[in-house]
Ligand binder design. Sequence first.
Ligand SMILES: NCCCNCCCCCC(=O)CS
Ligand SMILES: [Zn+2]
Length: 666
Amino acid sequence: MQTGTALIYDEEMTKYKLLWVDPACKIEVPERLTVSHEALVKNGLVDRCVSVPVREATDADILLVHSEEYLEAVKKTPFMTLEDLMEFTQQYGDVYFHPNIYHCAKLAAGAALQLVDNVMTGKVRNGMALVRPPGHHSMRSAANGFCVFNNVSIAAQYAKQKHGVERVLIVDWDVHHGQGVQYCFEDDPSVLYFSWHRYEHQKFWPQLRESDYDCVGKAKGAGFNINVPWNKVGMQNTDYLSVFFHVLLPVAYEFCPDLVLVCAGFDAAIGDPEGEMCATPDIFAHLTHLLMNLADGKVCAVLEGGYNLTSLAQSVCQTFQTLLGDPTPLPVNLDGPCQSALESVHCVRSAQKPYWSCLKHAADLPTFELSTKRIKVVEEEERTEKVEEEKNTEEIVWPDPPKRVSPCVRTAVVLPDGVDCPDGCKRFTDLHPDPLLGKKLENILKDSNDSDALSTLSSLTALIEKMETNKICNGLVLVRDVSMAMMCVVQHAASLNKRALIVCVANEAIPIDLTDDGKTIMVHFSSKESEEQKGKYYIPVCLKKGCSDTSGIMQAVLGLVLPLGYQYNPDLVLLVRMPDCRISESVWQQLIGILQGLAQEHTLVLMQENEKASVTPSASTLLGNPAPRLGPLQGPQSDDVEALERLRQKLQSDWTLLQTTAPDSR
Ligand SMILES: NCCCNCCCCCC(=O)CS
Ligand SMILES: [Zn+2]
């Protein structure tokens, strides 16, 4: 299995800067790279990465995206006087040139290509390039928004041409719309471009009509361009996650990319003068994690924006730690998305509905949107350049991201004799069995002197305690009686006052009486409608075709289990696979991989002891290896979707992160 995270950085890219007065450009400073790299050094992350050298992009590389006349023009800048540089700059918007910027722009693009080469040839699993100048605003024949060459667009074309990549997903989490990327691929169905961006109904830079949610791509590329406008500032972690759960991830899994490129701009983080958002740096740990089970883990992040040097450095470290496989931090107290974010999610899903089967049941455009659409057209004429007032975001403070310590044992296993311990795992036995355990579990144990059941259960309970004290990250346990073991875990977690999220894949309904006390929440996948409607903590997901229905499961995991799980914020995730369920191995691995974003990766996998064939694949994913791709997903069954939507309607007043439509409260 491929491992290793590439870090691509060269201090040469710090050797250009603004040589004259220009308020719009003064935030793009060399210190952006130095503080990021220094933070990586300070946190011991550079030593854990594979350092890959930069290279200069060749003319041929650059001509994959840019025109010859533009390249020839930029080639002249190293020999220009200051006056010439200022005059040359005038023809473009919100960008500046410098005698050394052409060299640095070739290195920035070349760094992205080095990253693609190393990931595609399997020298590393994933990585990030720390570069400047950024790229996503530059266009075929124009520099723009601090960008000279479109680093990520060049990397996408290069990956297709040199490595035969057929489908590239570009996730642009920078707070600005990468219009240069959109223009490059808007009629290209092999490159799915996703961007969220501060928009404020076209009042925010670059004030383009084509940045709105209804610009979905052109001709064959229709549906392969996804714009999520933020029409207000102050967006928080929950707003970002809501868009990943209800827009990006369902489409990304349906698209099933061979490669994921990230326009990793951190001006979307709190404290940034451009974005003026409120999402904290640790959110990038989760956004990165949520992409790492796509494309067999082939994720290449390339730095774009990010102008608050504190939040930039913290966000870069959060991203690298997740690429390296460190446990994600707890997603603390997420409330639901704000009204404006919800409207954007609603509008994007309805605009993309014709193109993606995962969205075929999405709601239509909210009525108010149709009316404001006309109003917006009217405002078009009135649009005036907003006067740039100095943003005093320097005063904003936020807590340091939590330490993310990897337990010394990543994956512990409790297996019957005769089942080998998978490489990288540690066989676990309870060294100090609790003599009273039989008594404590008598309500669960049918036969309290069933010695090996008792020993398994005591290992199970001891394993949970080792996870809760962060000695062990996650675990895999094979038992004879899965239901009984599950009840034991539920009871033990409750006794430790730990909140458990249980995801149970079965075929039949299972005998379990969950106390509705909120200490445990269970999502139960089965092929049978469960007659009793239990409280808000027991969520039956019925799939007509049962757990063999890949797209049905994935639709529910991404659109229901993830939002629920992130909002519930458990200390422990228990994944239970009932013997009768027919889930496919790779879907099971996706489930394990995706849900590791919760509970600081304290995932406990519970299976029947005869599922020996599943031990190695389950352990592989628990060890942090990416789950295998599922292939492009078909649409889920209509009646399953309708059942899921009924469930959403019922739950979303309690679990607001489940919402996908804005109440028509205009
Ligand atoms: N004429 C009004 C100026 C408005 N500011 C422009 C800032 C461009 C930002 C580009 C960027 O951050 C790349 S990620
Ligand atoms: Zn930006």
